[in-house]
Design a protein around this ligand. Structure first.
Ligand code: PAZ
Length: 343
């Protein structure tokens, strides 16, 4: 990074809005080809076995400020919505490509996050005499086993069926390249492919050409960062990458008055199927589905849980999660979408 006294600000003063320009000028992440191959095999297998496939994006993206990254910008998302939704999609019979931020929450293991529910707290130590030769197994404390059993069962079922493919990203650039690649891999699924874009993606980035190689030095006064706008990729996604797919984007706002106008605007501009809107502090118990009925006409439907319920603690047995209703609603819409192809 740089001080505003001696060096030009980071970022290009010219705004690079177009997706083509972005992909032409930024470098694809290493390992992209391997991820493409994994996804392709996964899609071919599940498509031939008659499963619908959903791409779930989850977690936040980073914006590196140096090429040898010491500092980066990030956002709040832990990946709860994506990881939770992936579980409900798996339960509904979908094969799930879970494209998530490295180290963010994952389906099943999310119930035992190291901060809210550390897994070591669930285990009992073997008696000292039994543990000497390591013969006694470590066991789950009885008070935790009824909550753990269904999670473990579903985790093993998904592993056995091979219905969950996890692929990671870190930066916003990784995210955009992966989204393009995976959408194209899923294109042959046609209407049987769903795209559930729940990741919190940065709107701004520093192009690699403008990112300093080494750690930004302090001592030269304040720091100015100029960032370019990240291209809006929903348009090429709808028009080119996944033209028949059922595409669901998410819209997060902190000013609730903006939620519906911005969701409508996105549908009008990009032409995809649904926007799920949520306000930051109510996102765990209130979302709105916005769809376009005809030119200039939209329909909104809300899902609300009881806000008194404590949705803040992960994995509390028996607790209703809003993602269950979101996924059920979208599964129905997706079925309609598939049927509309047949009629
Ligand atoms: O990851 P999380 O569960 O903490 O948050 C989920 C969310 C708010 C990131 C998601 O519901 C969402 O709205 N994603 C899109 C964000 C955006 O407007 O770019």
């Amino acid at each position: 990074m740089t001080s505003n006294q001696s060096r030009p600000p980071l970022g290009s003063p010219k705004l690079t809005f177009s997706a083509d320009a972005f992909f032409d000028t930024q470098e694809a992440p290493t390992g992209l080809e391997k991820k493409r191959r994994q996804a392709q095999q996964f899609v071919e297998r599940h498509s031939s076995e008659g499963r619908k496939v959903v791409l779930v994006t989850s977690g936040g993206t980073t914006v590196p400020l140096e090429q040898n990254v010491v500092r980066f910008l990030d956002n709040f998302s832990a990946g709860t919505r994506g990881a939770t939704s992936a579980e409900y999609f798996l339960a509904a019979g979908y094969a799930v490509i879970f494209m998530h931020r490295q180290h963010s929450l994952s389906p099943y293991t999310r119930h035992y996050s190291h901060t809210t529910n550390p897994f070591l707290d669930l285990l009992s130590e073997p008696a000292e005499e039994d543990s000497k030769d390591g013969s006694s197994p470590i066991t789950v404390l009885p008070q935790h086993s009824s909550a753990l059993k269904p999670v473990l069962h579903n985790y093993h079922s998904a592993r056995k069926a091979g219905t969950l493919l996890r692929l990671t990203f870190v930066t916003v650039t990784d995210y955009l390249f992966m989204l393009r690649e995976l959408s194209q891999v899923m294109q042959p699924l046609g209407k049987r492919g769903m795209y559930y874009l729940a990741a919190a993606v940065s709107d701004f980035y520093v192009p690699s050409q403008k990112t300093p190689e080494h750690k930004i030095q302090s001592g030269k006064g304040s720091l100015m960062i100029e960032m370019d706008q990240v291209p809006k990729v929903l348009k090429p996604m709808v028009q080119k990458w996944a033209p028949e797919g059922f595409i669901v984007s998410f819209k997060l706002e902190t000013d609730e008055d903006l939620l519906i106008p911005k969701a409508r605007n996105a549908l009008e501009r990009y032409g995809h199927q649904v926007v799920v809107g949520n306000e930051l502090n109510r996102r765990k118990y209130e979302v709105v589905f916005v769809e376009r009925i005809s030119d200039g006409n939209f329909k909104e439907s809300w899902i609300r849980l009881d806000p008194q319920q404590d949705n803040s603690v992960l994995g509390k047995a028996g607790e209703k999660e809003i993602e269950e209703d979101i996924v059920r609603n979208l599964e129905e819409r997706h079925e309609q979408w598939i049927k509309s192809a047949q009629s």
